[in-house]
Design a protein around this ligand. Structure first.
Ligand code: HEC
Ligand code: HEC
Ligand code: HEC
Length: 236
């Protein structure tokens, strides 16, 4: 009896241990969580000092907050400075797809599947995602709509299709994202406004040749919160 119950207990402990292990490793990250960009440093790793579990007796123990840490911690993923507009690195690939900015850019929805499939790796690289699941529900499910797909459709129709660079050439996702999911440092609105003027107004033109201004993207009256308020795309 004793041995048997011990056996059962240890089997239970084992399976619990396994469950805990699985729980610790966790399920794959949800689609809507921003996938870790390859280039941007992880804000989670940098400033957070691991609290030690056993209180150290030695007074020389390192303080939990390093004195060199930045005085103001940025929210996860937020870059220290906003990413300036850059020329697309995919000009050749886009040209092969007929997307050089000279003709009207097609609706994303109406592109044929073969063209979409060639475009997808460029989306992925432009945003600094390592997987297609940065936007898609799972590998193989490219149909179920996700938050990042909704945003991407709007970024295409409102920015890539509607804007050109200052020479009339194509603007692509990487023109603004340049390998990062988050591109704005939003700590100070005045600085963002200055950045927007110097990059998104002065260095971009409109495909319809109208004057480019804040209203091109923010509407009238000015709505700073484009994704959530102007486009109505919520957190989920
Ligand atoms: C930045 C977001 C984003 C990333 C990353 C991304 N996709 Fe997409 N994908 C979209 C959007 C948005 C659509 C929908 C286009 C439309 O409206 O028809 C789409 C559509 C597709 C379609 C067409 C589905 C259909 O029914 O027409 C396929 C196939 C696809 N993606 C494959 C991929 C693959 C493979 C990868 C990785 C190499 C990938 N995608 C990465 C945003 C993304
Ligand atoms: C004119 C500049 C510009 C262009 C072009 C552009 N984006 Fe964006 N995009 C932004 C800005 C600014 C944000 C907000 C980033 C932030 O919060 O730091 C953003 C946010 C996003 C987000 C949400 C990121 C998050 O985690 O909140 C996705 C997804 C995205 N863009 C996809 C795309 C795709 C795909 C393309 C190309 C079809 C594209 N963008 C083209 C400027 C641009
Ligand atoms: C080419 C498109 C574009 C133009 C032009 C543009 N912006 Fe933006 N702006 C964006 C995008 C995209 C975001 C991110 C919106 C979001 O996250 O919902 C943004 C965000 C902002 C924010 C930060 C809002 C916040 O809550 O953090 C401010 C402030 C801002 N813009 C000011 C301006 C001003 C001022 C101008 C004109 C000088 C301007 N923008 C022109 C695309 C543009």
């Amino acid at each position: 009896m004793y041995t048997r119950s011990r056996l059962t207990t240890s089997a239970l402990t084992l399976s619990l241990g396994f469950a805990a292990l699985v729980a610790a490793c966790g399920p794959p990250p949800p689609v809507d969580a921003p996938p870790s960009p390859t280039s941007a440093p992880s804000a989670v790793e940098a400033p957070t000092a691991m609290p030690s579990t056993t209180p150290s007796a030695t007074p020389t123990a390192a303080p939990t907050v390093a004195p060199t840490a930045a005085p103001i911690a940025l929210p996860p993923g937020m870059p220290a400075t906003s990413a300036p507009l850059s020329a697309t690195k995919f000009a050749d690939e886009l040209k092969k797809l007929g997307l050089d900015g000279k003709k009207a850019m097609p609706d994303l929805e109406k592109m044929d599947l073969a063209a979409k499939k060639k475009l997808m790796p460029l989306f992925t690289k432009a945003l600094g995602y390592t997987e297609c699941t940065g936007c898609h529900a799972s590998d193989g499910d490219y149909h179920t709509s996700t938050r990042n797909m909704k945003i991407s459709r709007k970024m295409w129709s409102q920015f890539v299709a509607a804007l050109r660079d200052d020479k009339g050439g194509a603007v692509f996702c990487d023109s603004c994202h340049n390998g990062a999911n988050k591109v704005l440092n939003r700590m100070d609105h005045k600085t963002v406004g200055k950045f927007m003027h110097e990059n998104y107004v002065a260095r971009l033109t409109r495909a319809d040749k109208a004057d480019n201004g804040c209203a091109t993207c923010h509407g009238t009256p000015m709505q700073p919160d484009i994704i959530a308020k102007l486009w109505g795309i919520g957190a989920k």
